[in-house]
Design a binder for this molecule. Structure first.
Ligand SMILES: *Cc1c(COP(=O)(O)O)cnc(C)c1O
Length: 376
């Protein structure tokens, strides 16, 4: 009865397709043990200090959080050596992405520009807002064509989204190239904000030089987004943060839903920021696992793209089982990875780096599937 009442952007919407959950696969295939390597979550789980903080503060759940999350913002400013007036926090960096689009781009008039494929949330949230999306294809090797991206922008472009390292490829553009793009963009579209999504940058071999922000070179027309979902191991609590130009940060606090970051997420994050041991162990696990999986998948004849993130994009050997069948064969063995149909990459697969046992189980399953033609 209400179908006709839906705004056209909403009626036409396809749901965001998340990685399959462990419970779904356990039920469908009658498995007791399932390994999930589909959503780039932390291979070591939750930081023990964060888990302890959640337990310790559970009884405060009846309280509203403090507006503006001042303790968390201050802790982030301290830990990142940044000015707290430019830091914002959100219910995942997803919320910040959505807010930036709604705050800066006028529906029906302005546009948002990004690569194709890219993290699907940028075009989805722009579409929901009724803002036009312009897409620029990635190069064949998944590197960025910044000249083409620039050419797609104009005076009505309010946001350009880039992801470094990129999802789903793991490609990380050179900081110099991003800087060059930012300065050309400032000339061409002075009102436009360049959003650099650094969700995975702390997994890079050299975060310090890879990140424009950590290296102190963030241009004034750029913003950086980071998240507690990956290296901090708190994806389920939903917490992201951004470093925004001050006027935009200021408007963000006025425009967002007042309590989108909850009390337990805040306490967990404060603890996770202190748990440097856990993060170091995470980085070591991811870097070791990344080398191992890259090498072993290549030995099996797969094409594996070089990755600076906690996942790998790969393609199966020519003439072997297809990506869809391989994905299913892994599911039957209790291993969930990610298909990329929604990204327009039906022949590619993405696997998140797991812990030692998970990586070993995944490689053993792949060996079986590729040498036996997927029989199970
Ligand atoms: C995982 C991810 C994020 C983080 O999103 P949250 O809402 O903070 O969980 C942001 N950007 C990209 C490209 C991602 O892959």
């Amino acid at each position: 009865m209400y179908e006709k009442s839906l705004r056209s952007q909403i009626a036409a919407l396809e749901a965001y397709a998340p990685g399959l959950s462990i419970e779904e696969i356990q039920q469908k295939y009658g498995l007791s043990q399932v390994i999930k390597m589909a959503s780039n979550e932390n291979p070591l789980g939750t930081s023990p200090m964060a888990a302890e903080a959640i337990r310790r503060h559970a009884a405060e759940a009846f309280r509203y959080p403090r507006g503006g999350n001042p303790r968390l913002v201050r802790a982030l400013a301290d830990s990142l050596g940044s000015d707290s007036s430019s830091i914002v926090v959100g219910n995942g960096s997803d919320e910040i992405i959505d807010m930036l689009i709604r705050m800066l781009a006028e529906p029906g008039r302005h546009n948002v520009t990004c690569f194709s494929p890219c993290f699907s949330l940028y075009p989805i949230q722009a579409g929901i807002s009724g803002v036009m999306v312009r897409r620029v294809p990635l190069n064949d090797d998944f590197s960025f064509d910044f000249a083409a991206l620039l050419a797609m922008t104009d005076a009505d472009t309010r946001l350009v989204f880039t992801t470094m390292p990129d999802n789903p490829s793991g490609f990380c553009p050179k900081a110099e190239d991003v800087l060059g793009f930012a300065s050309a963009l400032a000339q061409r579209a002075p009102q436009c904000l360049l959003v650099i999504d650094e969700a995975y940058i702390d997994f890079a071999d050299d975060e310090k030089s890879a990140s424009l922000w950590t290296s102190g070179r963030l241009p004034s027309n750029a913003a950086v987004l980071r998240t507690f979902s990956k290296s901090y191991g708190l994806a389920g609590l939903r917490l992201g943060f951004g470093i925004l130009p001050q006027e935009i940060a200021d408007a963000y606090w006025r425009a967002r839903l007042p309590f989108s970051v909850n009390i337990l997420a805040e306490e967990a994050a404060l603890a996770a920021l202190r748990d440097t041991c856990f993060r170091e162990a995470t980085f070591q696990t991811v870097r070791e696992g990344r080398s191992l999986l890259t090498k072993e998948l290549r030995d099996l004849g797969c094409t594996v793209w070089p990755s600076q993130a906690n996942f790998l994009l790969f393609k199966l050997p020519e003439g072997a089982i297809g990506a869809a069948d391989c994905f299913e064969a892994l599911l039957r063995r209790g291993i969930i990875i990610r298909r990329l149909k929604g990204y327009g990459l039906p022949d590619h697969l993405r696997v998140s780096i797991g812990n030692r046992q998970e990586n070993a189980a995944f490689l053993a399953a792949m060996r079986e599937i590729l040498t036996e033609g997927g029989r199970s």
